[in-house]
Design a binder for this molecule. Structure first.
Ligand code: TRP
Length: 332
C-alpha cells in the first residue's frame, strides 16, 4: 500500500480553509493509503512563538484532527517532537542541502530571511520538513501550493543523498488533492482564508456557533452588482460563497449560481450549509476536550508506531553516511 505523509503546524484553532483545503482530504486518504500525519511542533520554534501556549496548541491541533475524522485505527497521528529521529535525520540532511538552495526558498525570503536576527532554524526549516517526509519512505505528500517548493527541495536532497551514499530514501511525489477547495477570506476574497488575514470576520472557525457563522457569512464582502454568477476574477466574493456552498453540500459552483437571484438567499444557504457541515466536528471536539487522557494515549501510540518506521530509516541513513554504528544500532 502506498504511504502518504503530511504535517501541520500547531496553530490551534482550526478554520474552514484548513478543513476544506487539507484535512478533509487527509480523512479520505487514511482509507486509501498507509497514512502518517504529524503535528510539527518543532517547526513552530522557527518563528517568534509563545512557549507558554505551544503545548496546549499542539494538543488542540491533535484534537482538531481527530474531530474532523482522523481515525487512530486507520492512520498514525503523532507529534513531531515525540519522535527523536526527526531532528537526528535533519542533521544528516543539513549536511546534504546547501546554503544556496535554502537561502533561495521563497518562504524564507518572505519571512524576513535577509535579517541578521532571523533564527537559523528558519533557514533550515525545509530540511526538517524533508526529514519528516523521508523518515517514512512516503510516496505521496499532500501539501498546499505554498509548500510545493519545500517538497521540490525534499526531492532534490533525497536524490542527492542517494546519489552520494547509495539508495537510501524514497523520492516522494507531491499529491494534488482530488477536490481542492480554495477557500478565500470572507472580507478579502482575493486572499486565502488564514488567521493572519486582518479581520476575524473573514475567517470561519470550525468551532464557531451557527450564529457566528451566519453573522460572518452575511457580512462577507461581495460586489456592487446583484447577479449571482461564478467568476472568480470579476466576482471573487460571490464566487467564494459559491465555492463554499459546493464544498459543503456538493455540486458545481457555476451550476449552483443559477439557483440564486440575489446575494441574500445565497448567503443564507451558505451559512446553513456551513453550520451543518461543521456541526458534527464541533460536537466531536467538545467531547474530545473532556477526554484528554484518550488524546494523549492516541499520540503515545502514534509516536511508538512512527518510531518503528522512522528508526530503521534513520539507522540506514546514518550507516550510509559512513558513521560508525554502535553494536546495537543507531536506533533501538
Ligand atoms: N511546512 C508545512 C506547513 O507549514 C508543514 C509540514 C512540516 C509538512 N512537515 C511536513 C507538510 C511534512 C507536509 C509534510 O504547512
Amino acid at each position: 500500500m502506498a504511504r502518504v505523509l503530511s504535517g501541520v503546524q500547531p496553530s490551534g484553532d482550526l478554520h474552514l480553509g484548513n478543513y476544506l483545503g487539507a484535512f478533509r482530504n487527509w480523512v479520505a486518504d487514511q482509507q486509501e493509503f498507509d497514512a502518517f500525519f504529524c503535528v510539527v511542533d518543532l517547526h513552530a520554534l522557527t518563528s517568534d512563538y509563545d512557549p507558554t501556549l505551544l503545548a496546549a496548541k499542539t494538543l488542540e491541533t491533535a484534537q482538531n484532527l481527530l474531530a474532523v475524522g482522523l481515525d487512530p485505527a486507520a492512520c498514525t497521528l503523532f507529534v513531531q517532537s515525540h519522535v527523536p529521529e526527526h531532528p537526528r535525520l535533519t542533521w544528516l540532511l543539513e549536511c546534504t542541502a546547501t546554503f544556496g538552495e535554502l537561502r533561495r526558498m521563497t518562504q524564507f525570503k518572505d519571512k524576513g530571511g535577509e535579517q541578521e536576527t532571523v533564527r537559523a532554524g528558519l533557514l533550515t526549516y525545509p530540511v526538517l520538513m524533508a526529514a519528516d517526509i523521508l523518515l517514512y519512505d512516503a510516496d505521496r505528500v499532500p501539501v498546499g501550493d505554498d509548500q510545493r517548493q519545500h517538497l521540490e527541495l525534499t526531492r532534490d536532497v533525497a536524490a542527492r543523498f542517494n546519489n552520494r551514499y547509495g539508495e537510501t530514501f524514497v523520492v516522494p511525489e507531491s499529491a494534488v488533492p482530488k477536490v481542492a477547495a480554495r477557500v478565500m477570506d470572507l472580507q478579502e476574497p482575493t486572499r486565502k482564508m488564514s488567521k493572519s488575514v486582518s479581520s476575524p470576520l473573514g475567517t470561519v472557525l470550525v468551532l464557531d456557533s451557527p450564529e457566528e457563522i451566519d453573522r460572518k457569512v452575511r457580512k462577507a464582502v461581495t460586489d456592487t452588482e446583484t447577479e449571482v454568477r461564478y467568476d472568480p476574477v470579476q466576482k471573487p466574493g460571490v464566487s467564494n460563497l459559491l465555492e463554499l456552498l459546493a464544498a459543503a453540500g456538493g455540486g458545481d459552483p457555476a451550476e449552483l449560481a443559477s439557483h440564486y437571484a440575489n446575494y441574500g438567499t445565497l448567503k443564507a444557504d451558505v451559512a446553513e450549509a456551513l453550520s451543518e457541515l461543521l456541526r458534527p466536528v464541533r460536537e466531536r471536539l467538545a467531547e474530545l476536550q473532556t477526554e484528554r487522557g484518550y488524546v494523549e494515549t492516541v499520540l503515545a501510540e502514534g509516536a511508538a508506531k512512527a518510531r518503528t518506521v522512522a528508526g530503521p530509516t534513520l539507522d540506514r541513513a546514518m550507516r550510509a553516511a559512513g558513521l560508525l554504528a554502535p553494536a546495537d544500532g543507531f536506533t533501538h
